[in-house]
Design a protein around this ligand. Structure first.
Ligand code: ADP
Length: 198
């Protein structure tokens, strides 16, 4: 398929992708959220997840409990690969399906893809990277998720370094400041997207 109107929105964990996506949504962009797709796929595969990783990975209502699953796979690269082998092909299929529908509208849309660079499966040329330096990324990640410093480092180390992503970006959205500054930066990038793609 063609990815003519797609913009990948990426960054590191807790650099502010979801917050930026809200602003782009308010500006009228359609957003495909890879995390939402991933959660749906995970729940659809609950039986398989329990088979591979134990029934303690399910909550009483039969859905996948992402907290123990996350703790397990982020502490064990082999288990992470096993989980990815199950869910990634299904997630990719669904994202391509949603993107193909957006392309028919012939206007720019965003795909929030936390692992755009790590996975490198979508040939999307325009990439907006939401950036904060690692120290701030650590602080926001720990504050949001109630993670210890060691757990937060583990999650960051499982991803490509945020500085590397910044270097590869088409557009950098700096989220070092407050939310108003982030909104302003998103509007700036929106102008550049419109200039290039409309
Ligand atoms: P991501 O989607 O990249 O994982 P989020 O958008 O969830 O990141 O942001 C990570 C955390 O940082 C959240 O708790 C969010 O509320 C907070 N946050 C995002 N941007 C800012 C900001 N400019 N100032 C303060 N906190 C922020």
């Amino acid at each position: 398929m063609e990815w003519r109107y797609a913009v990948a929105l990426t960054g590191g964990i807790a650099t502010g992708k979801s917050t930026a996506a809200e602003t782009f949504g308010a500006l009228g962009y359609a957003i495909i959220d890879a995390d939402t797709v991933a959660h749906r796929v995970l729940d659809e595969q609950a039986a398989l997840i329990a088979e591979h990783f134990g029934s303690e990975m399910l909550s009483p209502d039969g859905r996948v409990d992402r907290k123990p699953l996350g703790a397990m796979v982020f502490a064990d690269p082999e288990k992470l690969r096993e989980l990815e082998g199950i869910v990634h092909p299904l997630i990719e299929q669904e994202i391509m399906h949603l993107a193909a529908a957006e392309e028919t509208h012939r206007k720019p849309y965003l795909i929030d893809l936390p692992l755009f660079y790590e996975r490198a499966v979508y040939p999307i040329e325009q990439v907006a990277v939401v950036y904060v330096p690692r120290a701030l990324q650590m602080r926001r990640l720990m504050a949001r998720g109630g993670l210890s410093e060691a757990e937060a480092h583990q999650r960051l180390d499982a991803q490509m370094d945020i500085e590397e992503k910044r270097l590869r970006a088409t557009w950098v959205i700096d989220n070092t400041g407050d939310r108003a500054a982030l909104e302003h930066a998103c509007r700036e990038v929106s102008r550049l997207i419109q200039a290039r793609m409309v």
